[in-house]
Design a protein around this ligand. Structure first.
Ligand code: OGA
Ligand code: NI
Length: 362
């Protein structure tokens, strides 16, 4: 594995050995915590210059909350304002039953709390696997590892066979996926309208065609101030719907300050991904966000990425022609989802936006 990403410099032999032994344990960060460590292993520690630059200033900015059952025109204008500014909002009255939210959080937690011998069977870095458990997909490419484990499931467009999922989270993930499909279509309708296009537009270009579900587990961290749960990044796909539990820790970068996205019971978080920023020609913002590590917890979250993972689509995406004008000239070159995702995942988290690579030179 090369240092293609944000890594900065080569990996020392000693560090590589530590990464390998962590990887080969197939037990993730949870395994480290279970082994009783009281100090953060070196591979997780943020570089001193990054730690020094990371001072928090309190900000008054409040993350928008949108009631999807409200007046339609108001919902569309609320969505437009949110995605044109901060790129992220919370939704309530979204139609996903509370029981389904509780069930997926339970399923996600219980998967990560399975004995190592059981969940270790799902541990892999094989790209094309549809169900994979792992820790730090970019482990060998970043400057430091994150305090997080993930179960990644490619759910659509090819249907995932339920038996490919671990038994104790099978029903929870299948049902959550069905619900995400419904809510995704509603959101892409609203976003199409917010762009001034017909409600079917984004769906007609396959933005809602595929999705993957990521069940994240952030174990309690002995020295949370020295690492992160998830490094700064924006999401690769068109749109992300995120469910976070009551612990909190998600932050968005807004005017150079990290703003907390407060846990809101039964709400879902919605954020624009890089591909929607690209096809909207920067009208919509794919916001940078991260997750801080925590003494408490574990913290569980479930992300649903609307994109095509491991799917051979030939469709080419570029800024939507209807949105371009003399005042709004073309900003990005065309790309396929496959090329975009390949670049995104080769970079790893924590560096510059993958969008920079697709921006036209001027
Ligand atoms: C992600 C992400 C945030 C969270 O999966 O891309 O940003 O709260 N997750 O886990
Ligand atoms: Ni994200």
């Amino acid at each position: 594995m090369s240092n293609a990403g944000t890594g900065g410099g080569s990996i020392s032999y000693d560090r590589l050995q530590q990464l390998k032994s962590f990887d080969e344990s197939k037990a993730g960060v949870k395994g480290l915590v279970d082994s009783g460590i009281s100090k953060l292993p070196q591979i997780f520690i943020r570089p001193p210059e990054e730690l020094a630059a990371d001072h928090q200033t309190p900000s008054q900015f409040k993350i928008p909350v949108i009631d999807l059952c409200g007046d339609h025109a108001k919902v569309v204008s609320g969505v437009r304002e949110a995605v044109e500014t901060v790129g992220l909002f919370q939704v309530v009255n979204h139609g996903v039953p509370l029981k389904v939210l509780e069930e997926i959080l339970r399923a996600a937690r219980e998967f990560h709390e399975l004995p190592q011998e059981v969940k270790g069977e799902y541990y892999t870095r094989e790209k094309m696997k549809k169900v994979k458990y792992g820790s730090n997909f970019d482990l060998y490419r970043t400057r430091y590892a994150n305090w997080r484990d993930t179960l990644f499931c490619v759910m659509a467009p090819d249907p995932l066979l339920p038996q490919e999922l671990p038994l104790l989270c099978r029903d929870g993930i299948m049902e959550y996926s069905r619900q995400m499909k419904v809510l995704g279509r509603i959101l892409f309708g609203l976003l199409s309208e917010a762009l001034g296009l017909s409600p079917e537009y984004l769906e007609s270009i396959d933005c809602a065609k595929g999705h993957s579900i990521l069940c994240h587990y952030y174990p309690p961290c002995p020295q949370p101030e020295l690492t992160l749960g998830t490094s700064k990044h924006s999401d690769p796909g068109f749109l992300t719907i995120l469910l976070q539990d009551h612990i909190g820790g998600l932050q968005v970068l807004w005017q150079n300050q990290w703003i907390n996205v407060p846990p809101l019971h039964s709400a879902l978080i919605v954020n624009i991904g890089d591909m929607l920023q690209l096809i909207s020609n920067d009208k919509f913002k794919s916001v940078e966000h991260r997750v801080v590590a925590n003494h408490g917890g574990p913290r569980v979250s479930v992300a649903c990425f609307f994109t095509l993972d491991n799917y051979p689509s030939q469709r080419i995406y570029g800024p939507i022609k209807e949105l371009l004008s003399q005042d709004n000239p073309l900003l990005y070159r065309d790309t396929s989802l496959q090329d975009f995702n390949a670049y995104y995942y080769s970079k790893g988290l924590g560096g510059n936006s993958a969008l920079d690579h697709f921006m036209l030179q001027r």
